[in-house]
Every structure is written in C-alpha cells, then in structure tokens.
Ligand binder design. Structure first.
Ligand code: PGA
Length: 241
C-alpha cells in the first residue's frame, strides 16, 4: 500500500520561509513515502517551480468549473498552478465554512473530472466519540460523499482526522487509530473493491509518531502545525521508516 506524508500549512507560512523549507525537504530522500505539500493557493506556482520529490496539493477547490463565484478557485486553475491533489472535507471547511456532505460530494466530482486526486478528510467530534457512535458516523460520512467519480479517480486517499485532535495538541493514541481505521476499512469495503490508503491527522508530531506507526495499520499522516517546521516534518518522515 502506498504511504503518504502530507504537509498542510493551512493559512500559515513557516517561520523559516518557503524557500528554505522546500530546500530542506528536497535534500531528504523520501524513498517509499509520497511527500505532498499543501501551501496556501498563492504559493502553489512558486512551490511547483521549486519542488523536488514532492507532489503539490491545494487545500480546497470550488465546486464549479468557472463562473461568477467571486473569491473562489476552480480545480482546473489549481491544475494550472501545478496542484496534483486537493484536500476536501477538512473539518475546518466543514465546521468554520459550513461545508456539508452534499457540497463536498460536488467538489469531489468536479475535482476528479479535472484530474485532481482527492484527499478526503473524515472525522468525528468528541461528542460522537463519547457517545460510542464513531464507526456509524464515519461510515455515514463516507457513504454521503461516495460519488461515482471516485471509482475513476487516479488515486484516492482518505485522511482520518478526529475533530477533537486537530490543532489541539491532543492526538489519538496508536491503538485508538488502529481500531478506527479497521472500522473505516470495513465501511470502504462495502463501497469499493479497491483498497484505499488511510492516513491519520490530528496533532501529529515527532514525539507521537512512533506510537502511531507501531501497529503498522496507518498509511501515513496529514500534518498541520508540525509541518510548518521542516525539521519536525522530516523527523515525522523518519519516524515512518
Ligand atoms: P494539526 O492539523 O496537525 O495541526 O492538528 C492537522 C490537519 O488539520 O490536517
């Protein structure tokens, strides 16, 4: 199974600057890990020019090919800027910008039609976890966004990101993630025959990566805060080896 390590800078830039960050990451041989870098939109073109051994991801896209949508960016424009992947369904898009499953499904369809490879984020709130409804909740989230185009996607990656672990410093334990990933694989098996890499995201750091990789079920990580420091990002990569 392919393994991924994705840097999601969100609306931040690294203190060391993008050029230094890219140069540091380029010096490292990721071997069997696919490195993907998701800067804010305006930095995609520069990142594309400078990239070595990293794929580029957009952090979002619009659900239309073009038109009167002030402030929005279409999937084909992102392709033009060098993006190969797009992160969709991130909990910040769902919770801060009110994106529901129907909108995420539309974005998935058009992104795939435009040749972008989706990184689909799913994840439960603390309320859902405390109520013991995680497996059902994630299965429902997957079914609600299981558009037919997903079968045709060149590559599909799922990122399991429990909402309560994102940016909080409170990561899920390796054992908890392994159990939840088994539930997600069950839900996916009802929909597709192909196997899909499943990443974990939520306060991943060099300090907790060993525990997360120990049981060997996680296919990589989507990293926010710690990805803003090339040293920490590369330490996470080393922890995956
Ligand atoms: P975090 O973000 O690593 O800062 O928790 C992860 C994400 O939102 O993708």
């Amino acid at each position: 199974m392919a393994r991924y390590l994705i840097a999601n800078w969100k609306m931040n830039l690294p203190p060391e600057g993008m050029d230094a960050w890219m140069a540091a990451v380029a010096r490292e041989d990721p071997r069997d890990v696919t490195l993907v870098f998701a800067p804010p939109f305006p930095f995609l073109r520069d990142a594309f020019a400078q990239r070595r051994r990293v794929g580029l991801a957009a952090q979002n896209c619009n659900d239309h090919p073009s038109g009167a949508y002030t402030g929005e960016v279409s999937p084909s424009m992102l392709r033009y800027c060098g993006a190969e992947y797009v992160i969709l369904g991130h909990s910040e898009r769902r919770n801060v910008y009110g994106e529901d499953d129907a909108l995420i499904a539309k974005k998935l369809s058009i992104a795939i039609e435009s040749g972008l490879k989706p990184v689909l984020c799913i994840g439960e709130s603390l309320e859902v976890r405390d109520a013991g409804r995680v497996a059902q909740f994630l299965s429902d989230q997957i079914s609600a966004t299981a558009v037919p185009e997903l079968e045709r996607a060149g590559e599909l990656v799922i990122a399991y990101e429990p909402v309560w672990a994102i940016g909080t410093g409170r990561n899920a334990s390796g054992a908890m993630v392994a159990e939840t990933l088994a539930d997600i694989r069950n839900a996916l098996a009802q929909l597709w025959r192909k196997s899909v890499p499943i990443l974990y995201g939520g306060s991943v750091t060099p300090d907790n990566v060993d525990d997360l990789v120990a049981n060997g079920t996680i296919d990589g990580f989507l990293v926010g805060g710690a990805s803003l420091d090339s040293g920490k990002f590369l330490a996470i990569l080393n922890g995956m080896r």
